[in-house]
Design a binder for this molecule. Structure first.
Ligand code: NAI
Length: 328
C-alpha cells in the first residue's frame, strides 16, 4: 500500500493558504509517493472563498490528492490528521493592545489544541505559522493534553531562507553554498540570524565575508525586518515565500538532514543552551533516522550571546503575559 497522510490546514482561504495548498497537493511536501488528503479549515464567513480554492485544487488533477474536506468545524477538520498546519490567526490591527491580540489568539489556539488532542491521529504533529507563532504554538501545546510536547513546532524557516540568500548575495555565491544557517529564538524582529555558525562552501561565513560591520548590522537588520520590507513593497505580507518555507520546514522534519548541515525550527526546549524548559524557541536542528534533534555544542561568542539573550527574554515575556491571562 502507498503511504497516505491527512493534513489539516487552518486559514486555508487566506493568502498563504492559496500558495501552500497547491504545493502540498503536488507532492512537494511529502514526496511524490505519498497520497494526500487535505482537511481545510476556515472561519464560517470564508467558506465560500474556500470552496473556490477547493475547485481550483480539483482543476489541477493532482495525481496524489485523494480527498478535500472544507469545514469550519474543528472536530471535522482535525479528524485523524497526521499533520496540523496552523496558518489562520488574527493579526494585530491598528490600536489593538498586545494583551488583546494575545487574548484573541489565545482563544483560537487553545480551542484548536483541544480539538487536535480530541480528534487527530495518534502521531499528529503540529506546525504553527500564524503569528505570534512561537507563543501560539506554546498555547496550543499546553492545551493539547495528551499530545507529547515534542510534536509542536513554529516556523523560522522563512527567516532562515531569507538569511541564506542575503549571505549568498553578499559573498557572490550560489545560495546552495550556504549551510548551517541558524535562526535563534523568536520569529520576530528580535530573532538572531547567527552568521558566526553559518558556513559558505564549508567555511565560516564570517571568514568568507570579511565585512564584519555589514554582518553585525545590515545583515541582521535586513533579515529581522524583511517581513516589514515586503509589506512596504507589495502592500501585502509575505505569502508565497511563507508557503514555500512551510514546504521546506515540513520537508526538513520528515526527511533526514544532509550530513553536517542543520536547519532552524522552533520547538519546546528541554533546557538546551539555557533556554527555559517548555519555551518554544528556534534552535539549530537535524532530522536523523526520522527523529528531530536539537544540535548541541554550537559556540556562542559574546556578540551572539548578547543577541541570543535579547530574543530569549522577549519569549519569556510573551510566555509570562499569556500565563498572566491564564492561557497556559
Ligand atoms: P490572511 O489574513 O490572508 O489569511 C488568514 C486566514 O485565516 C483568513 O482566511 C481567515 O479567515 C483565517 N482564519 C482566521 N482565524 C481562523 C480560525 N480560528 N480558524 C481557521 N481559519 C481562521 O493571512 P496570511 O497572509 O495567510 O497569513 C496568515 C498568518 O501567517 C498571519 O498570522 C501571518 O502573520 C503569519 N505569517 C507567519 C510567517 C512565519 O514566518 N512564521 C510568515 C508570514 C506570515
Amino acid at each position: 500500500a502507498k503511504n497516505r497522510v491527512k493534513v489539516a490546514v487552518t486559514g486555508a482561504a487566506g493568502q498563504i493558504g492559496y500558495a501552500l495548498l497547491f504545493r502540498i497537493a503536488s507532492g512537494q511536501m511529502f514526496g511524490p509517493e505519498t497520497e494526500v488528503e487535505l482537511q481545510l479549515i476556515e472561519l464560517e464567513q470564508a467558506l465560500g472563498a474556500l470552496k473556490g480554492v477547493a475547485m481550483e485544487l480539483d482543476d489541477c488533477a493532482f495525481p496524489m490528492l485523494k480527498k478535500i474536506t472544507c469545514t469550519s468545524d474543528y472536530a471535522v477538520g482535525f479528524k485523524d490528521v497526521n499533520w496540523a498546519i496552523l496558518v489562520g490567526s488574527v493579526p494585530r490591527k491598528d490600536g489593538m493592545e498586545r494583551a488583546d491580540l494575545l487574548k484573541i489568539n489565545g482563544g483560537i489556539f487553545t480551542t484548536q489544541g483541544q480539538a487536535i488532542a480530541a480528534n487527530a491521529a495518534k502521531d499528529v504533529r503540529v506546525f504553527v505559522v500564524g503569528n505570534p507563532c512561537n507563543t501560539n504554538a506554546l498555547i496550543c501545546m499546553n492545551a493539547a493534553k495528551g499530545v507529547p510536547s515534542d510534536r509542536f513546532y513554529a516556523m523560522t524557516m522563512l527567516d532562515e531562507n531569507r538569511a541564506k540568500t542575503q549571505l549568498a548575495q553578499k559573498a557572490g555565491v550560489d545560495v546552495t553554498a550556504v549551510s548551517n544557517m541558524t535562526i535563534w529564538g523568536n520569529h520576530s524582529a528580535t530573532q538572531y540570524p547567527d552568521f558566526y555558525s553559518a558556513k559558505i562552501n564549508g567555511k565560516p561565513a564570517s571568514e568568507v565575508i570579511t565585512d564584519t560591520e555589514w554582518l553585525k548590522g545590515t545583515f541582521i537588520e535586513t533579515v529581522q525586518k524583511r517581513g516589514a520590507a515586503i509589506i512596504k513593497a507589495r502592500g501585502l505580507s509575505s505569502a508565497a515565500s511563507a508557503a514555500n518555507a512551510v514546504v521546506d520546514g515540513i520537508f526538513n522534519l520528515t526527511h533526514d538532514t544532509k550530513n553536517g548541515d542543520n536547519f532552524s525550527m522552533c520547538l519546546a526546549s528541554n533546557g538546551e543552551y539555557g533556554v527555559d524548559k517548555g519555551l518554544i524557541f528556534s534552535f539549530p536542528c537535524t532530522t536523523v533516522g526520522g527523529k528531530l534533534k536539537i544540535v548541541e555544542g554550537v559556540k556562542l561568542n559574546d556578540f551572539s550571546t548578547e543577541k541570543f539573550n535579547v530574543t530569549l527574554n522577549e519569549l519569556r515575556s510573551e510566555r509570562d503575559a499569556v500565563k498572566e491571562l491564564g492561557l497556559i
